[in-house]
Design a protein around this ligand. Structure first.
Ligand code: ADP
Ligand code: ZN
Ligand code: ZN
Length: 725
């Protein structure tokens, strides 16, 4: 008798056995429909075997096969199993993250058809002001008939397409399946510079699996090196997977690849609709797209013929998924490269301590590019001591002067503040009462324009209080500065420079960010106020001044990674200033100009600071020297939470630790944010110097928790290699 082991989207850490009826022959990696309780579920066959550990009489047969061809190949089955083992998660969690929605629902593994557009014979009469319409028209004239998704990739929105269709200048054609564009590799406009050539030669040499850490300062020409390596791999008929932190934010990245490589590019990111995602996924899976370019989840997309993986900005926190399947795309990418026997390049100007340590240990090949391709050296940031200084909307006088100077020269200034809203708190001027979210016990952020207070932890929204809840006073004042207030003030002070704010509140609709970024590039705004969102990979040729309003909070944070993250951000935003022909200036406001971290970073550079931080981590037995797993436990009832945590603690100490001597319970403590959305939260940090030991101990723990009834009283989740506390 043949038994299929099926992964189903249920929260149990096991596969399910089904009898394969004689009239069916499902392939490993294909989808099947199976009975589950009273439901019918869709799952993936991950193994076929002769016997089951369960009594045969209890097993049910598979209902039907959905795929003829397997959706995932044998290499990918290895990845699937590895994900379950390494992250100790239910196979269903992997299944849910792996497949796009339509395939999860049982749709056939065919591309969904989409409109293909071409120009009509109507003479074009587009008004001069409709530049986008003209651009689309010209594009279609040049390219011939093009699918809607490719037009969208090229930057033309649905509404522009509709406008031209209304004018009868373009029309949809009925081509069911367009043949994929043949691959054309355009020559590079550049001769590689010596350091680029060196990096290229090192990476070209070896065949098979290898991990390269390409540490290159911003503007050192990493992307050019990627593209030349890609050209080789693509020419051999293999696929390339490129991972980036965000696509919506960096349309320039996409267009650079499109200019060099004319071929199908499967784009995968969070802003796709279901059909777009379905098609992009299948184009990658079927090998129709030689290039797969995407954010975190693209690392899970199967490929028949992978030849190279590039993971840009490898230090970026967005590669770690923070819920459900808590994977790190960087680590999954490395595993995939090893299974596929191909190269992987981790690129960054500011590598993570994890990767630096791996390079030091000889697991990664470390390649450095320290020169910018353009003449100018990056600006040395200036530390501006703001102790005892009067501040206007959080800015010191010297900063306001600098902004004025750069704006007068016709250049642009970026003011970076990682705090949204008008002010981070509202307080009573009489008694000091703080307006708080009761579900989280954290202060509400005041959003003046919306006339709201918003909890940035759980999303709760209220009207701003008219009166103090303690003393009844009506003297409620705002406390601290957020981007909204800063932007208001700058708009008043520098109205001609048309300050523009870029953060999650001011950029909500699809396409809004792209439009704002374009307006900045076109020089419509000379002052930009932004959060993290503005820190990533943009290229503003007229940007000459970058101001970081607040670096101090990271220096004294309870998160041991705060300084690492702050320094990466600092280097990144500094790199923004003066990227092109113009010399830049970077100013950091701080109360602690003598702080050794700041001094090291600014006068000795990022590598020197990283060395110092690595030494500290080593001494304090922290990651990357020790491996971590966090068990997060939460419950609406605090007493229940605390007793359960104690029970888990003794379970670990008495039944597990005895078998795994070098695995320790490093800390048991409330989460940094102890209460969120009405739930109390605790965390238990397990650590070991040996990854395999930690994994084995955690597997034991998870199995015990699943079998014990006390642990069902609370919600618990396991986070392997956690990035945040
Ligand atoms: P990074 O990705 O390291 O920040 P980029 O690849 O974006 O750097 O390169 C920075 C700039 O230098 C780009 O405008 C790029 O076109 C240019 N560039 C790259 N390689 C060369 C080269 N060999 N010669 C001249 N310019 C180059
Ligand atoms: Zn009061
Ligand atoms: Zn809240």
């Amino acid at each position: 008798m043949a038994i299929a082991q099926v992964a189903l989207a249920v929260p149990l850490r096991r596969l399910f056995d089904y009898i394969i009826p004689t009239h069916l022959s499902p392939n490993v990696g294909a989808r099947v429909t199976v009975p589950f309780g009273r439901q019918k579920l869709i799952g993936i066959v991950v193994n076929i075997k002769a016997n089951s550990d369960y009594p045969e009489a209890k097993l049910k047969p598979i209902d039907a096969c959905i795929d003829v061809e397997p959706l995932i190949n044998t290499e990918y089955i290895k990845i699937f199993n590895w994900l379950c083992r390494y992250y100790l998660c239910p196979p269903g969690e992997v299944f849910v993250n792996l497949l796009p929605k339509k395939l999860k629902q049982g749709d056939p593994d065919r591309l969904v058809t989409e409109p293909v557009w071409q120009c009509t014979n109507t003479p074009a009469n587009i008004s001069e002001r409709a530049k986008q319409q003209q651009a689309l028209y010209d594009y279609l004239r040049k390219q011939g008939s093009t699918t809607q998704s490719l037009l969208k990739q090229a930057g033309f929105s649905k509404s522009i397409i509709n406008q031209l269709e209304k004018k009868a200048l373009i029309e949809p054609v009925d081509i069911l399946a367009q043949p994929p564009k043949p691959l054309k590799i355009n020559p590079s406009p550049y001769q590689l510079q010596p350091q680029q050539q060196n990096a290229f030669d090192i990476m070209k040499q070896k065949s098979g699996f290898a991990t390269y850490l390409l540490e290159g300062v911003t503007g050192s020409g990493k992307t050019e090196v990627y593209m030349q390596l890609m050209a080789q791999v693509l020419a051999q008929g293999q696929q390339v997977l490129i991972l980036v932190p965000e696509i919506g934010l960096t349309p320039q990245t996409l267009s650079r690849f499109q200019q060099r490589f004319e071929c199908e590019i499967a784009l995968l990111h969070s802003e796709l609709n279901d059909s777009e995602r379905h098609n992009a996924w299948l184009k990658a899976r079927k090998g129709i797209a030689p290039i797969i370019l995407g954010t975190r989840s693209a690392v899970l997309v199967p490929t028949p013929n992978l030849g190279l993986i590039i993971l840009d900005e490898e230090h970026d926190a967005s590669y770690k998924q923070q819920d459900g399947l808590r994977y790190n795309a960087r680590d999954v990418a490395i595993k995939r490269a090893s299974v596929e026997s191909c190269k992987i390049i981790l690129g960054s100007a500011t590598p993570s301590l994890e990767s630096l340590n791996n390079a030091l240990q000889g697991r990664f090949v470390h390649i450095k590019m320290q020169q910018r391709t353009q003449k100018h050296a990056p600006p040395t940031p200036q530390l501006l001591d703001i102790k005892h200084q009067p501040l206007q909307a959080g800015l010191a006088y010297g900063v306001v002067e600098a902004i004025e100077h750069h704006v007068k020269q016709g250049n642009q200034a970026l003011i970076f503040l990682n705090r949204r809203g008008f002010s981070p708190a509202l307080i009573c001027h009489e008694c000091g009462w703080v307006c708080q979210c009761t579900r989280c016990e954290r202060h509400f952020t005041y959003h003046k324009a919306l006339s709201q207070v918003v909890c940035h932890h759980c999303g709760e929204i209220n009207k701003p209080p008219a009166q103090c809840a303690e003393c009844g006073s009506t003297q409620i004042i705002d406390w601290g500065i957020g981007t909204e207030q800063l932007a208001d003030w700058l708009t008043e002070r520098f109205s001609d420079a048309k300050p523009i704010r870029i953060d999650r509140d001011s950029v909500r609709r699809k396409g809004e960010l792209e439009n704002k970024l374009k307006a900045i590039e076109n020089g419509e705004h000379q002052i930009m106020i932004g959060t993290q969102m503005l820190a990533k990979g943009h290229h503003f040729p007229n940007l000459t001044l970058t101001v970081i309003v607040n670096v101090d909070s990271a220096l004294y944070s309870s998160d041991f990674r705060a300084v690492e993250k702050m320094s990466q951000l600092l280097v990144q935003v500094s790199g923004r200033a003066g990227r092109a022909e113009k010399r830049g200036q970077v100013i950091l406001q701080t109360h602690f100009p003598e702080h050794e971290y700041l001094q090291t970073l600014i006068y000795k550079g990022y590598p020197a600071l990283q060395k110092k931080l690595l030494a500290e981590r080593h001494q304090m037995q922290l990651p990357p020297y020790y491996y971590w797993a966090i068990l997060r436990v939460e419950s609406p009832q605090q007493a229940k939470l605390l007793t359960t945590v104690e029970l888990i603690e003794s379970l670990f100490n008495e039944q597990i630790q005895v078998h795994y001597q070098n695995v320790n319970l490093f800390a048991v403590m409330p989460a940094p944010q102890e209460k969120r959305a009405g739930k109390f939260r605790h965390m238990m940090v397990f650590q070991s110097i040996q990854r395999s030991m930690l994994n084995a101990a955690m597997q034991q723990l998870v199995m015990s928790l699943e079998q014990n009834s006390f642990s069902q009283q609370v919600r618990w989740t396991l986070d392997i290699d956690p990035q945040e506390m």
